[in-house]
Design a protein around this ligand. Structure first.
Ligand code: SAM
Length: 232
């Protein structure tokens, strides 16, 4: 895991102090160990986990300056991308959100305390938290949670005006962006740019959406409604 992470960091020109890299590796090892008894990830090979989980999460360091920012990770699962980012940039004010209570409890009570990683935890569905935490975050990030049009409705309400939503996407990034153009506009966003990174031999994209307006009060709708009638 270590060789793969160090090689990847060098390739992406991400420079981290050794102790932070070591802590990120300890977190990666904890995920793989817990994965034997709790369903956290389909990736079990340590070198692949280093690329596809740890390094992929850290690409966001190349996209925006995150020092001192508040960041919400929507659908964090086993902690990606939020936890590696917080270890790499300790001044980040991290909030992790996921609807699966078991994963959140593991992160909060078992995984993060021994690593000294501090975060806030929101266990529940993003669409249910959006009113209480509306327009509260500098940055919202999300990976592997939903198609971009639906994801924008889940994530953009949390971003304050002037902040950013970072959607981590794979091969279908361009199609999803095209399909989500109406939703982005309607929800107060403005597509800024996409950044591409080579991760595990494939191109991964980070779609950067700037929050330039307000999200109308009626969004997000229920998940059933979003899926039934995606914004266009
Ligand atoms: N982001 C992590 C990653 O990239 O490894 C986890 C991805 S996993 C495929 C999707 C996660 O999103 C699951 O843990 C699921 O519980 C969560 N999720 C899906 N829809 C959600 C919603 N509406 N609100 C909160 N969490 C959600």
């Amino acid at each position: 895991m270590k060789e793969a992470l160090l090689a990847g960091l060098q390739r992406l020109e991400i420079d981290l102090p050794q102790e932070r890299t070591e802590t990120i590796l300890r977190f990666g090892a904890a995920v793989l160990e817990k994965n034997q008894v709790m369903n956290l990830t389909a990736i079990t090979d340590p070198a692949q986990a280093a690329e596809l989980h740890l390094l992929d999460s850290l690409t966001l360091l190349r996209v925006l300056p995150l020092a001192g920012k508040s960041l919400l990770d929507v659908g964090t699962g086993a902690g990606f991308p939020g936890v590696p980012l917080k270890i790499a940039e300790p001044t980040l004010r991290l909030t992790l959100l996921d609807s699966l209570q078991k994963r959140m409890r593991w992160l909060e009570t078992e995984a993060l305390p021994p690593l000294g990683v501090e975060a806030r935890f929101l266990a529940g569905r993003a669409e249910d938290f959006a009113r209480a935490h509306r327009e509260k975050f500098d940055v919202v990030a999300s990976r592997a949670v939903a198609r971009l049009d639906l994801l924008c409705e889940l994530c953009l309400p949390f971003v304050h005006r002037g902040g950013y939503f970072l959607a981590m996407k794979g091969a279908l990034a361009k199609e999803e962006l095209h399909e989500a153009a109406g939703a982005i506009r309607l929800l107060g966003g403005s597509y800024e740019r996409s950044e591409e990174f080579e991760i595990g031999g494939a191109v991964h994209s980070v779609i950067v959406i700037h929050k330039t307006g307000r999200t109308p009060e009626q969004y997000p709708r229920s998940w059933a409604r979003m899926k039934q009638k995606p914004l266009r």
